[in-house]
Design a protein around this ligand. Structure first.
Ligand SMILES: *[C@@H]1O[C@H](CO)[C@@H](O)[C@H](O)[C@H]1NC(C)=O
Ligand SMILES: *[C@@H]1O[C@H](CO)[C@@H](O)[C@H](O)[C@H]1NC(C)=O
Ligand SMILES: *[C@@H]1O[C@H](CO)[C@@H](O)[C@H](O)[C@H]1NC(C)=O
Ligand SMILES: *[C@@H]1O[C@H](CO)[C@@H](O)[C@H](O)[C@H]1NC(C)=O
Ligand SMILES: *[C@@H]1O[C@H](CO)[C@@H](O)[C@H](O)[C@H]1NC(C)=O
Ligand SMILES: *[C@@H]1O[C@H](CO)[C@@H](O)[C@H](O)[C@H]1NC(C)=O
Ligand SMILES: *[C@@H]1O[C@H](CO)[C@@H](O)[C@H](O)[C@H]1NC(C)=O
Length: 464
């Protein structure tokens, strides 16, 4: 983080000093941010899913906290607004002597409420460390938060089950979605949701990962990623007017080069509000070199049920009203990198996909760009750094690193994942900005190498 927790607080000045340790408040969804829970700890809920129980949302996921075991447990966080999350502890803990012991694999938890037995049902992909078993585990709980008690671990319908998703349809039936020996299966769960009944559709030979599904106005969308493990790739989807098919030809969700904005689908969340129904693509931005620092990439999906097209339009920050279902896109103020002060070997060059057609390249540890006159509100504000990183991930690694300092303060290191030539992406960071058009933001490289090429900054308003 760029600033100490102390500086990040939005604290009314009259409160006693103790109030300074209260949690920060998020007012936006910030895809790719270093997302902290209400205790100020990085949220660990990877490969997860969200369910709503009454007015509260519960987010389940894999806990990859540093110092954990191979399978540390399934975490649970709760929220009223999808922005601020309280750690509710582990909903499911490793069970010694089973395929979900702490030295095994437990991934992609999915949870559904079963009205028939009045219990919450959790499914987990259980495996050994070389992924040779392809099992599903089923666990039950009386309360949404758990604890979930393991009931069974099995190969569903005798078949292999790899990456797993769960889909609850509007008619109350639930489906299991999983990769199975090169195919992708959709099975309908038994009426009590504790077992599988039968395969309702099989995508033959597709061999895709990370399944997720939504149902909007009579059309089903089935999302996947290519099979590349933790390496991000362009998300794929199919559409159909019935779950049993026929399903459309395969389509690509996001522009080539963005690799689904460096993420992999884990769940597609429906927010049915009083004024609108919004679907949120929940992606994991896995960092295989530092799994605990994998980020979350959530964006609203843009759907066209007439044509069956689905799209993610990138937003640095956005809002969703969980009561009305409406989304909002705050306006930021833009500052071009090439308008900044360049030092060392930093150079302005043409870039087809960049704002004003220009970016600054060759930003090394001994060169820099300082953007001045940045308007601030005397508050912590979210800033999006737009960059181009045309590296090949397989050769140069997942990301470049930018070393960013605001008004000469302690530097923050931002991970700039790969894009492609002339393709920009942004990475968010939060910084305290002084009041007025007085702030200076300096970007340099690090000892690890040059930063990505720098296109622009977009500074978002602080909101109460
Ligand atoms: C995982 O299970 C498969 C199938 O039984 C087996 O071949 C493989 O050796 C196991 N891997 C480990 C690490 O135990
Ligand atoms: C699930 O159903 C199958 C039959 O389709 C049965 O063999 C198996 O025991 C059931 N599993 C559980 C956990 O009930
Ligand atoms: C309403 O939802 C649709 C799709 O679910 C979305 O494209 C649109 O932006 C939403 N509008 C508002 C105001 O929330
Ligand atoms: C890049 O910057 C370094 C100094 O940081 C300089 O030595 C080098 O000549 C520059 N390269 C180009 C291509 O401008
Ligand atoms: C990138 O943009 C520059 C400037 O517009 C253009 O000259 C170049 O051909 C583009 N390269 C690619 C691979 O699109
Ligand atoms: C930004 O840089 C200018 C020029 O060096 C300086 O006068 C100003 O005080 C700096 N602003 C802040 C907030 O430090
Ligand atoms: C980031 O920049 C600061 C100030 O120039 C420097 O002290 C620090 O070593 C840099 N960090 C890395 C990782 O290179």
């Amino acid at each position: 983080m760029l600033f100490s927790k102390f500086l990040l607080q939005a604290v009314p000045s009259l409160l006693p000093l103790l109030a300074l340790v209260t949690a920060k408040q998020y007012k936006y969804i910030i895809p790719g941010a270093d997302l902290l829970d209400e205790d100020g700890v990085l949220i660990q809920a990877h490969g997860g899913q969200i369910v709503r129980d009454g007015s509260k949302f519960y987010w389940f996921g894999e806990d990859h906290s540093p110092g954990g075991t191979h399978f540390t447990g399934i975490s649970c966080y709760s929220s009223n607004d999808l922005y601020n999350w309280k750690n509710e502890g582990h909903a499911f803990s490793p069970v010694p002597g089973t395929q979900l012991a702490s030295d095994q694999v437990g991934e992609r938890p999915k949870v559904v409420y079963s009205p028939e037995i009045d219990k919450w049902v959790m499914y987990i992909h259980a495996d050994n460390t070389s992924y040779g078993l392809h099992l599903q585990a089923m666990a039950l709980a009386d309360k949404v938060k758990g604890p979930y008690a393991l009931q069974a671990i099995y190969n569903p319908l005798g078949q292999a089950s790899q990456d797993m998703g769960l889909f609850l349809d509007d008619d109350g039936s639930a489906y299991s979605l999983y990769g199975s020996g090169g195919n992708n299966d959709i099975t309908i769960l038994t009426p009590d949701f504790t077992n599988q009944s039968r395969i309702v559709f099989q995508f033959s030979g597709t061999n895709l990962e990370a399944p997720g599904m939504l149902h909007s106005k009579g059309l089903y969308y089935h999302f996947f990623s290519e099979k590349t493990g933790y390496r991000p790739n362009d998300a794929q989807y199919f559409t159909a007017s019935a779950i049993s098919g026929p399903w459309s030809a395969r389509k690509q969700l996001t522009p080539s080069g963005t690799f689904t904005y460096e993420s992999q689908n884990t769940f597609d969340l429906k927010i049915a509000g009083t004024k609108n129904t919004t679907f949120i693509f929940m992606g994991d931005r896995w960092d295989q070199d530092e799994l605990s620092d994998s980020r979350y990439m959530w964006q609203p999906l843009v759907l066209d049920e007439e044509t069956g097209a689905a799209e993610i339009v990138w937003h640095d920050v956005w809002t969703v009203d969980v009561e009305t279902g409406e989304v909002g896109f705050p306006q930021g103020v833009e500052y071009e990198a090439q308008a900044g002060t360049l030092s060392g070997g930093a150079t302005v060059v043409a870039c087809g996909g960049c704002s004003e057609g220009l970016l600054v390249t060759n930003i090394t540890q001994s060169s820099s760009v300082t953007v001045s006159g940045v308007l601030g509100q005397n508050k912590p504000q979210w800033i999006a750094l737009y960059y181009v990183n045309p590296d090949d991930q397989l050769i140069n690694g997942l990301q470049r690193l930018a070393n960013v300092s605001v008004n000469g303060g302690a530097p923050v290191i931002l991970k700039q994942r790969t894009t492609a030539v002339n393709v920009t992406m942004s990475i968010p960071f939060e910084a305290y900005l002084e009041k007025g058009a007085v702030n200076n933001i300096t970007v340099t490289g690090t000892s690890a190498g040059p930063a990505a090429d720098f296109d622009r900054l977009v500074v978002y308003p602080y909101t109460l």
